[in-house]
Design a protein around this ligand. Structure first.
Ligand code: FPP
Ligand code: ZN
Length: 485
């Protein structure tokens, strides 16, 4: 067992080095004694977490959530997708209650707001549609056919900017989170068209920073010129535009997932590119050391946090789907990530599997530090649990347990269900989006469960963060096509 090493410090304490040291001290208390041979394996406390979720959903969220009044679709999505990951679901009455609530958030002009009567915005639209993918159904009152897709498409187009990006709402800002939300929604509802996403791959590529991760946006296409006050003029900036701000795990997930969704739309010549080599290096370097229990950080020189288990940990599957990284990538593990397990049965773990992303260590972070004893999951101890961290710790755990890959055989089988349809440029792109979205499968024999199979959670779609069953259900409805078994 390698002794956990603290982050190196110099003689100049700062807030950053102080909070890092405090975090390490707290996390150390959550690592089982490496010298004891009787450490019980860590357990995912599924029942207490379910009770936490049920309490929020049925009794109402505690008053500290008041600040999230404009995030009602998110609170619902985080909660019901956590149920799905924990292999639980709502009964028909509560499903109907959820559908009716979601439909109150649809705006008469298209899109969904953060609550009844609130202005439509890309982020709550994504959360509402994802929640409907879980609880909705076809037919009257089932939600799916109550979505005004025509107005939604117009809403999306109204937000489009000349540089390929999208405002998050009317008069709002540009942000890759919004683009991810738009692309997921459009993919699920059969609204993804070349018209909608023209120029968007180049915008995404322009958000990658020198570190390798992605920032929230890039410099605006137009900037106010020095003379703008006098003339109201603006200057057209040259392309490529530099990224705006710092590489961050949340934006990096959104940018990379967007990039993967946009691959069918890349122009045949002069296609934009992203640097997958620096991206892979950046993602790898976001994983904390032994003393940080293998959790992920969201940005350089910041603290590990359970939610990045998904935003950063989940990005490895996306990158692998475009041929970069993967369990057998490269060489021997680097010394700092070559760790011994803290406990229990190590059978079936192959060091080579963990060269770039230490799946075992990430599961340990979530199980030892991420679980709040009173239910729900959290950023880090001693923080309280909340709905957001509960979902993103659970789906991070899922992405560390399961290994999902694109199966060329399944992709072909999905294409084959369209055989009888004549080819047309518009139809072919729809088929491609459908087939690419649904050809993710779990690599056989690759799932690994720290603490044993009782800790198993459901697999989740690496792009959409819905179970494969929910993804297939909603997509086959909107594309009017069955999915092969
Ligand atoms: C920094 O918070 C957080 C951000 C800069 C944005 C994070 C973005 C996401 C988590 C992606 C959300 C995705 C969708 C689809 C809406 P901080 O300074 O408190 O945290 P840090 O210290 O860990 O950077
Ligand atoms: Zn967090």
């Amino acid at each position: 067992m390698v002794a956990p090493r603290p982050a190196p410090v110099d003689a100049y304490p700062t807030d950053t080095s102080d909070t890092q040291a405090e975090t390490e001290e707290t996390l150390l208390k959550h690592i089982p004694d490496p010298n004891s041979s009787t450490n019980p394996p860590p357990t995912l406390q599924k029942n207490v977490h379910l009770q936490f979720l049920v309490r929020n959903l049925l009794q109402g969220f505690p008053s500290r959530y008041i600040s999230q009044d404009a995030s009602q679709p998110w609170l619902l999505f985080w909660t019901i997708q956590s149920f799905s990951i924990l292999q639980a679901g709502l009964d028909p009455n509560n499903k109907q209650r959820a559908i009716d609530t979601i439909m109150e958030w649809q705006h008469p002009d298209g899109g969904f707001g953060g609550g009844p009567g609130q202005a439509p915005h890309l982020l709550p639209t994504y959360a509402a549609i994802s929640a409907l993918a879980i609880v909705g159904r076809p037919g009257p009152g089932g939600g799916w056919d109550q979505i005004d897709r025509e107005k939604l498409y117009k809403f999306f187009l109204s937000l489009k900017q000349p540089d390929g990006s999208f405002l998050v709402m009317d008069h709002g800002e540009v942000d890759v989170r919004g683009i991810y939300c738009l692309l997921v929604t459009a993919s699920l509802l059969d609204l993804l068209t070349p018209e909608l996403v023209e120029g968007t791959p180049a915008f995404i590529a322009s958000c990658q920073t020198y570190e390798g991760g992605f920032a929230s946006a890039s410099q605006p296409y137009f900037s106010a010129s020095p003379d703008s006050e006098r003339e109201g003029a603006s200057t057209l900036l040259s392309s490529p535009r530099p990224p705006l701000g710092e590489a961050h795990g949340g934006y990096t997930f959104c940018a990379l997932a967007s990039w993967v969704m946009l691959l069918p739309f890349l122009p045949p010549s002069n296609a934009p590119t992203i640097n997958t080599k620096t991206l892979l290096r950046w993602l790898t370097n976001m994983q904390g050391t032994e003393i940080e229990l293998g959790g992920f950080k969201g940005r350089t020189n910041k603290l590990v946090d359970g939610c990045y288990s998904w935003w950063v940990g989940g990005a490895f599957a996306l990158l692998e789907s475009i041929g970069v990284g993967g369990p057998r990538h490269g060489h021997e593990p680097e010394a700092e990530h070559a760790r011994e397990p803290h406990h229990g049965d190590d059978e079936g773990w192959d060091d080579v599997d963990d060269v770039l992303f230490n799946r075992k260590a990430l599961q340990e972070y979530i199980l030892y530090a991420g679980q709040h004893p009173a239910g729900g999951l959290r950023d880090k101890p001693p923080k309280a649990a909340d709905a957001y961290h509960t979902l993103y710790c659970l789906c991070g755990l899922s992405s560390a347990q399961h290994h999902l890959v694109i199966s060329p055989a399944r992709r072909q089988a999905i294409y084959d269900v369209w055989k009888s349809e004549p080819s047309s440029s518009e139809g072919d792109i729809r088929k491609k989006v459908f087939a690419e979205s649904l050809s993710w499968v779990e690599e056989e024999g690759a799932a690994k469960f720290v603490g044993g199979t009782n800790n198993r959670v459901n697999a989740t779609h690496p792009i959409f963060n819905l179970t494969i069953t929910h993804t297939e259900g909603i997509m086959s409805h909107f594309y009017k096509q069955t999915v092969p078994p």
